[in-house]
Design a protein around this ligand. Structure first.
Ligand SMILES: [Zn+2]
Length: 271
């Protein structure tokens, strides 16, 4: 599943390809993904317009034009690939974007949990308007997070994964950052000291940046030889390691389920 680092890598790969290029034509092969695709509106606002920037917010990718942005989310299985023509090559190719530079980008999403929507510059889009700060920006400061968690009874793990509090932190990265800072995943978010918030956000940033570095910066880096996306699974210290020895204390790693997702942690090292 594409996580924040994969979306950041995709953004970095797309920037030199489509920034300042004119999006000449958009072809849609279906009218909905997770949400309906506002095809008429997108064509009206995007076709023939210059893409002024490509921006990532959490796990959303924004192709900005002067009046707003087309917002893409990769969902569980989405990807954007470069192809030589506007002819779909994959079964689940739902949208094709043709640029003035004769570049063709295909949006493919077998499970269709992704989305393509329009966000006007003035009003934005509900999907983006409720997003918390991005963990890679200074907006996600320890002070702000501590304030945001104040009096909240949810666990720190659930807090980290709540996009309204912090945008785009997936399960893997929440587990890793908590393990690396010795914070128990069930600890109440509202009771974390400022010092622990500082450590946690710094470590979260480090683990995300490590994955982005592994990912590289071209579309080709993003996929294996078979064309499937590479997920950056190198150097996970706790995620997916149930019953294997903790890298600090050698005791077995535990697994619990929180808000429907597996949390991996060390009972001895995380307090
Ligand atoms: Zn341990």
């Amino acid at each position: 599943m594409p996580e924040l680092p994969e979306v950041e890598t995709l953004k970095n790969a797309l920037l030199p390809l489509i920034k300042d290029q004119i999006l000449e034509e958009m072809i849609f092969h279906r009218a909905d993904l997770r949400f309906p695709i506002p095809i008429g509106l997108l064509k009206q606002e995007m076709s023939g317009h210059r893409v002024t920037n490509v921006v990532r917010k959490g796990k959303y990718l924004l192709w900005e034009v002067s009046q707003g942005a087309m917002v893409l989310h990769l969902g569980m299985s989405g990807r954007v690939v470069q192809r030589p023509s506007r002819n779909p090559e994959e079964k689940h190719c739902h949208a094709i974007f043709q640029f003035s530079s004769n570049l063709f980008l295909h949006f493919i999403d077998p499970r269709r949990f992704g989305c393509i929507v329009w966000a006007p510059r003035e009003s934005g889009h509900p999907l983006l308007n409720h997003l918390g700060p991005d963990p890679l920006t200074p907006d996600a400061s320890p002070q702000r997070m501590k304030q945001s968690a104040l009096n909240r009874k949810i666990s720190i793990k659930a807090f980290l994964m709540d996009a309204r509090r912090l945008a785009g932190v997936g399960n893997i990265y929440a587990c890793e950052a908590l393990f690396r800072t010795g914070i128990h995943p069930l600890r109440q978010a509202g009771r974390l000291s400022l010092k622990r918030w500082e450590n946690l956000l710094a470590e979260l940033k480090t683990v995300l940046l490590e994955s982005i570095k592994v990912g590289g910066s071209t579309l080709r880096d993003f996929y294996g030889a078979d064309g499937t996306p590479g997920y950056y699974s190198t150097r996970f210290t706790v995620y997916g390691r149930e019953n294997q020895p903790c890298l600090n204390c050698k005791e077995p790693i535990s697994r619990i389920v929180q808000t429907g997702r597996s949390t991996f942690y060390c009972k001895h090292c995380q307090k």
